[in-house]
Design a protein. Sequence first.
Length: 366
Amino acid sequence: MKIDRIELREIRMELVEPFEISSGVRQARRVLLINLISDGIIGWGECVAGEDPGYSYETTQTAWHVLTDLILKRIVGTEVATASCILDSINGIRGHRMAKAAVEMAAYDLEAKLKGNRLADHIGGVRDTVKVGVSVGLQPTDEELYQKVEEFIRQEYSRIKIKIKPGRDVEMLTGLRKRFPDFPMMADANSAYTLEDWPRLKDLDDLGLMMIEQPLDCDDYLDHSRLQEKLQTPICLDESIRSVGDAELAIELGACRIINIKPGRVGGFESSKAIHDICLANGLPVWCGGMLESGVGRAHNVALATLPGFILPGDISASRRYWHTDIVNPEFIVVEGEIHVPSGLGIGVEVKGDMVDELTVRKEVF
Ligand code: OSB
Ligand code: MG
């Protein structure tokens, strides 16, 4: 496919409520959207980099720089054999996987549309609905958390993930367990602990959690393996897994028993599929993580979660969990703990052009 034209824009979207994790709080998102255009068909991609470098070193601003100054001008006008190799000619850019993923995933949407396929089928998906959970940010009080969780259970989510940090953990989750003794629950620390916190981490082990996500620093594979050895509860790695090599290292060391795959974090679908395959071969379940995506990134995540190894519920919630109005039609809804894979071609949802134009704060065309 020939890439005739590329549009990159930044849109601003207010969250329905602040989202707080151990590294900071977000009120609004600065989302980069990419259009790759071939033969009048538009492939959509979303960059998941955050507003600040709390989760990853990448930010909206670094991604804008890497995309506009280094990547997009080298891709426009070229003939691309397959979506998976769209970045093969771009050498000399270390890391910046979120920026690269946005391009690669737009190419996958474009390729699926040009071939007349749904994206889920195009990448080898095996199901028409995906099981989904919801991620609940740190709340001002335990009581507010318990009310939030009750409401999300009412909305039929398959599992609840609770953000934790030292001091907002054991007591809070013990109270939550008392109120909801059997509901599938997990905790995500976003690297807030070290092995020195062992007494607290040990207490988390008695709460019947499905998993504890990223308790330690993202580069601490060795410490994660030491911790996993002492815990019954599976450790799930998120920030630590940026590539196939990271996944192999973590599995070899026993640093985790579950991996959360976010296509943006690992550089796109090709890398996601490779990590998925390695996990499947080694008996590790995977699930699709989220990055407070708009409907575009959400649609990509739904497609990814149709691969066979994605047997645990993903952080792919309904559009209205984060947005008053999403930028896609139809919006994503959760019924009986699942989201239906949209039936349209490619990502399967239509992007609301007028709304996107109104939200745009800067745009560059190549
Ligand atoms: O650690 O999974 C995370 C959001 C932003 C950055 C990191 C994380 C998260 C979430 C929300 O947990 C997942 C979602 O619903 O999009
Ligand atoms: Mg996480």
